[in-house]
Design a protein around this ligand. Structure first.
Ligand code: SF4
Length: 230
């Protein structure tokens, strides 16, 4: 196993398990994990042999399929309620509904190969940046031209990512460690399409109960992945 992955996974599993044993809210556990992820990736980048080519205002990757686990959407919802005006929520839901209508007409393969603007993208900036999900945190590029080519050819899934290997491994390992700790608690670990899950969560007061029992948190959302990864 990659040593960056293994170290990050082991450390984060331990710290996340401590958070969970203190009965912190799931949103707080996720927020703590994101903070540790930011510190880890900054450390790895300090000694990395290559530089990241991502810049504020570049948002090609925000048109690729965005997937979330339920805990990530709970934290996003808490942030939306606390930090953004109600009009912003209405706008995000409208944009998610437009995406949902389109996605429901696509096969799984077509969905993978179709550009859809993330509902939280506004004027090429992420409106929920402090609480963006792991899929976004773990994405980076050392050559943004590859992102442009992928954006312009969405059905060509052979276009390679240009990750820094050690950064990618550390980020993925950290995510795995956190989610492994959640999985041991029996929470719902299904992976959902973000737009359809957001719509479900906005109108459902029982989502958290289902999540904690390991049931399908978002009954009407599109599931990207159900297979056990742990
Ligand atoms: S959540 Fe933010 S960073 Fe992630 S795809 Fe949406 S706009 Fe981009």
């Amino acid at each position: 196993m990659n040593p960056f992955y293994e170290r990050a996974a082991f450390r984060e599993y331990k710290l996340a398990s401590q958070d969970l044993s203190r009965s912190l809210e799931i949103e707080t556990c996720a927020s703590n994990s994101y903070q540790r992820h930011a510190e880890l990736t900054a450390d790895v980048l300090n000694t990395a042999s290559r530089k990241i080519d991502c810049k504020a205002g570049c948002s090609y990757c925000c048109h690729f399929k965005v997937e979330v686990r339920a805990y990530e959407l709970f934290l996003i919802m808490r942030y939306l309620k606390k930090a953004l005006p109600q009009q912003a929520m209405s706008r995000f839901l409208k944009s998610a509904a437009t995406n949902a209508e389109r996605i429901r007409q696509l096969s799984r393969e077509q969905h993978f190969g179709t550009n859809l603007e993330c509902p939280f993208l506004q004027e090429n900036h992420c409106r929920i940046y402090p609480v963006r999900p792991y899929a976004c945190r773990n994405f980076h590029a050392t050559n943004h031209y590859n992102c442009i080519v992928a954006y312009e050819n969405p059905s060509d899934l052979s276009i390679p990512d240009t990750f820094i290997p050690e950064l990618h491994a550390a980020g993925q390992g950290h995510k795995f460690g956190f989610e492994k700790a959640l999985a041991t608690k029996g929470y719902d670990m299904r992976i959902y399409d973000m737009s359809t899950a957001l719509i479900d969560l906005a109108g459902d007061g029982d989502a958290r109960k289902r999540y904690l029992k390991g049931k399908r948190t978002f009954p009407h959302a599109i599931i990207i992945e159900t297979k056990e990864i742990f």
